[in-house]
Design a protein around this ligand. Sequence first.
Ligand code: NAD
Length: 358
Amino acid sequence: MGTHAMKIAVLPGDGIGPEIVTEAVKVLQVLGLDIEFEQALVGGAAYDVTGEPLPAVTLELAKAADAILFGAVGGPKYDSLPRPKRPEQALLGLRKELNLFANLRPAIVYPELAEASSVKTEIVAGLDILILRELTGDIYFGQPRGIRTNESGDREGFDTMRYSEPEIRRIAHSGFRAAMKRGRKLCSVDKANVLETSQFWRDVVIAVGKEYPEVELSHMYVDNAAMQLIRNPKQFDVIVTGNMFGDILSDEASMLTGSIGMLPSASLDASGKGMYEPIHGSAPDIAGQGVANPLATILSAAMMLRYSLNQDAAAERIEAAVKKVLAQGFRTPDIYQSGARKVGTQEMGEAVLAALKG
Ligand code: NAD
């Protein structure tokens, strides 16, 4: 370990955010690592106090930290605010200001929870794949875009799909680096048979791949990838793709697992600094009841240790502890099956702590 403490910015946010983040911080605290935590307001909670969803002090804290642990933002109370004041703007602001262009979403199916999937158990049991989505480019941001009247006098909508070489290179590097930490297989997903942008994407990924001879690189068209994710998802290790294809495929992959309360995510910059959060939202329907599943956030903390803090062994300890509590039968209501031990947020957190110590 280095001589200076690792600094983690803790941004709990709204709804169930504070409940689940509290459990994840407790887990990080028992690992015996030199970590300093500093908490700040974000989202609706920040708006209530400061009038801004992403106050300058919160952004500064996030910038100064080695990594950010984020809960969730949003709630019905804020839905009628003008767009710049909405809680979700905090997420967009953090991604933009911190240059978080690589979104990592693992889809893991624990054997005990395989029946929650809408796909046949034998197809998903034991699944462990990672989808890496480029987050700041592509047709979502390409200019020009708009709605206009064309030369025939008809109104039309148009967007521009665009990826520059540096944008592709950096997400490709993230993909190869992630593959090196896992099963050393990378599948790049594109639509190179139809799109120029995709043909260029493929060429650049192949060029970057020369620097990672240990990683087995393959390519797949996005329509086939959508099919293969349902047909035989275990064929994949890491998938890397652009913003729009990744948007769709990562949601598809999350459904393979069937349990939104279990899925972590990370958004990284070029140096590996990142923001870590569950994929779910602030769940206003169950906020304050102590029943939210904290495991997605605890697993996000494990990703933080692996991808930003270079503490792979500690990440594996957390992941093993989560597997253990599931095997022991602990279940929050969202993943409850009859015969299991139904627990609340705090008891689930304590079960993970006990598994870490045991
Ligand atoms: P949601 O993910 O908050 O909830 C969807 C359903 O899943 C709800 O029934 C909820 O109770 C359940 N759920 C979610 N997380 C759970 C957990 N950890 N344990 C148990 N059950 C859980 O999505 P939504 O209802 O569409 O959105 C609610 C609010 O969250 C909105 O304001 C939305 O904008 C916001 N949101 C924020 C983020 C984020 O902060 N990254 C992401 C998505 C939605």
